[in-house]
Ligand binder design. Structure first.
Ligand code: DAH
Length: 343
């Protein structure tokens, strides 16, 4: 019986495994439960008692020999397979470039505005997008029957509690002035919501930048100079501005801010309605009532405020004609702004 084991051992030793096919043959012959070694194990009971021990030892040796040969051959063959795959890679080929993402044009414009104002001491503040009536309307001196308070203009979340999506970033003025003792000089940038039908010129979601400065002797001259500085930094050093009298509940006096766009092309005539001037925002001196609503004494302090649309700035700067492009996220549109960082 021992001889049988020895013969199998020689067979195992001399079995040549040079490819997957040989490997499979070897497995079936010696490793599988129906193989020859397994059948020797089943003969164990026929072995005479005095030989059992030696037979057992030899058979186990044979089994582990076959198993390690199988494992060794299997690893060697798989390494060979991967290394031969490696050699098919042409290392001289140029690599596939990584596509860099690009900043959204609104982010580029926003960052630029923050940068310009930070150089004259403006910080950055935030307020919630879900606002209450007090911060969005009442404290800003909106009369109770003002049309902006109507459902068709404002998205109310809940009529009873008067919670709504903020319609402008002016609400942040109240949030800050209620909590911080002047002097305060800050911007508030963010999303605002209005119940408008979506078109090339209007959207129900857009972005505004609000800026305000409250201190002891802030005057209209400071406002005008600040706006001129901004317009020249953003649109170019020769940019002219003008302030047209206007009305906002939260400022007195109030003005509309225009920049001189020029009348060089036909498109200029169109966007400036033939005047050469283009409106870019609203501004004014903070109304004493607003100050009082924030517990600031209007006899001691004065302040100016301004508000502009970020989309409008981006449209003017990049010549974008349709507001919807900002929210559609078409990569063909977005990719164009990779290298167009405003200096
Ligand atoms: N809140 C105004 C709006 O949404 C914009 C605005 C106008 C803000 C004049 C101001 C301001 O701070 O002084 O249309």
């Amino acid at each position: 019986m021992l001889d049988k084991v020895r013969i199998k051992e020689q067979e195992v030793d001399s079995f040549k495994i040079s490819n997957q096919e040989d490997l499979e043959k070897f497995r079936l012959a010696y490793i599988s439960t129906k193989g020859e070694i397994a059948s020797l194990f089943s003969e164990f009971r026929n072995v005479p008692v005095e030989e059992k021990k030696a037979f057992g030892i030899e058979l186990n040796k044979l089994k582990s020999k076959a198993e390690s040969k199988f494992k060794g051959a299997a690893t060697a063959l798989s390494e060979e397979a991967t290394s031969s795959a490696d050699t098919t890679i042409d290392l001289s080929l140029p690599s596939i470039p990584h596509q860099l993402g690009s900043r959204h044009p609104l982010s580029i414009v926003k960052n630029r505005i923050v940068d310009i104002f930070s150089r004259i001491g403006f910080g950055l503040s935030e307020g919630p997008e879900i606002e209450d009536d007090w911060h969005n309307f009442t404290a800003l001196n909106f009369p109770p029957d003002h049309p902006a308070r109507e459902m068709q203009d404002t998205f109310f979340i809940d009529q009873d509690s008067q919670k709504a999506l903020r319609t402008h970033t002016s609400s942040v003025q109240i949030r800050i002035l209620e909590n911080i003792q002047p002097p305060v000089r800050t911007l508030a940038i963010g999303r605002v919501y209005r119940n408008e039908a979506i078109s090339a010129r209007a959207h129900c979601i857009f972005h505004q930048v609000e800026g305000f400065y409250v201190d002891k002797k802030v005057s209209f001259k400071d406002l005008k100079q600040t706006l001129l500085y901004f317009a020249q930094q953003f649109f170019g050093p020769k940019t002219k501005i003008r302030l047209r009298p206007s009305y906002f509940p939260f400022t007195e006096p109030s003005a509309e801010l225009d920049i001189y766009w020029g009348l060089k092309t036909e498109a200029d005539y169109k966007i400036t309605k033939g005047t050469g001037w283009l409106e870019i925002g609203g501004a004014g001196m903070i109304d004493p009532n607003v100050m009082k609503n924030c517990n600031i004494d209007p006899d001691e302090y004065a302040g100016f405020a301004f508000g502009m649309g970020i989309e409008r700035m981006a449209m003017l700067k990049y010549g974008i004609k349709d507001l919807r492009l900002f929210t559609e996220n078409d990569v063909r549109f977005l990719r164009q702004f990779t290298s167009l960082d405003l200096a």
